[in-house]
Design a protein around this ligand. Structure first.
Ligand code: UDP
Length: 236
């Protein structure tokens, strides 16, 4: 697990957004994993996922507060959370400014369609090369389509670990593009789901808000977080 922390981006949101801006501008290929405790636990239990996390070209950012706190316990100087939702928001603004293109893959059809409508209305400089919901069977074919479209950014919202595995499987065939696995971000950005109120975010309780809103998350949360905590204590 320590190897994942060694690779964790420490510099905070503003610095990371700058990396995204420059990657878009220079058409540099970039794969971003927005990590929470479940991400690292998946790496421990799944060899392919472990490989993608360790890959030197993969950029891991601390999405969950659990990762930030654990990093501090292990002596890393991680500044703050860098969340998937805010990466999406920043990328959309920047893609608009740079007049570049994006492809959206993931979430339910009505969610991703609503998001695309919003993007077309609010960001006239963005070229949406296409979109696909996250419940189509053959996602490899979707990626073949994306390969032909050559968008500047590909946002994939399928949840962990599916989104990262899919991106990593096809990444080698692309020459450019910012690829990010963004979890539930399309639900929030489309307006279909509300993000936690600012107060929850400020006090690092966004995870609690999500569990209260969707109690079915509780089992998954406990399983990965308790095992994660035990691992951290062992590593300390
Ligand atoms: N999803 C999908 N296809 C699937 C399973 C999930 O497109 O086969 C979508 C789901 O609709 C949601 C996102 O993936 O928009 C996962 O969201 P979740 O909140 O579980 O992700 P987290 O942010 O917790 O990683």
């Amino acid at each position: 697990m320590k190897e994942y922390f060694d690779k964790l981006f420490q510099g905070g949101e503003e610095k990371f957004h700058e990396i995204l801006r420059v990657s878009l501008k220079n058409e540099k290929k970039l794969f971003v994993v927005t990590a929470n405790p479940e991400t690292f636990m998946t790496g421990k239990n799944n060899r392919e996922f472990d490989r993608l996390l360790r890959d030197e070209t993969t950029c891991i950012v601390p999405d969950g507060i659990g990762i930030v706190k654990a990093a501090h316990m292990l002596g890393y100087n991680v500044k703050e959370r860098v969340t998937g939702v805010e990466i999406c928001q920043f990328l959309l603004k920047e893609i608009d400014r740079q007049k570049r293109s994006v492809f959206f893959l993931g979430a339910k059809e009505e969610v991703v369609a609503a998001l695309v409508d919003k993007v077309k209305k609010n960001y006239p400089g963005i070229k949406v090369t296409g979109y696909e919901n996250g419940y189509v069977k053959d996602k490899d074919r979707v990626f073949e389509r994306i390969m032909e479209l050559k968008p500047d950014a590909v946002l994939v919202a399928l949840g962990i670990p599916q989104q990262e595995m899919l991106i990593y499987k096809h990444l080698g065939k692309f020459d450019k593009g910012v690829f990010v696995g963004v979890g539930g971000s399309f639900d929030v950005l489309s307006g279909m789901k509300k993000r936690a109120p600012q107060l929850f975010i400020k006090f690092n309780l966004e995870w609690l808000y999500r569990i209260v809103k969707e109690p079915k998350r509780l089992g998954r949360f406990f399983r990965s977080n308790i095992r994660f905590l035990l691992q951290i204590r062992k590593n300390k």
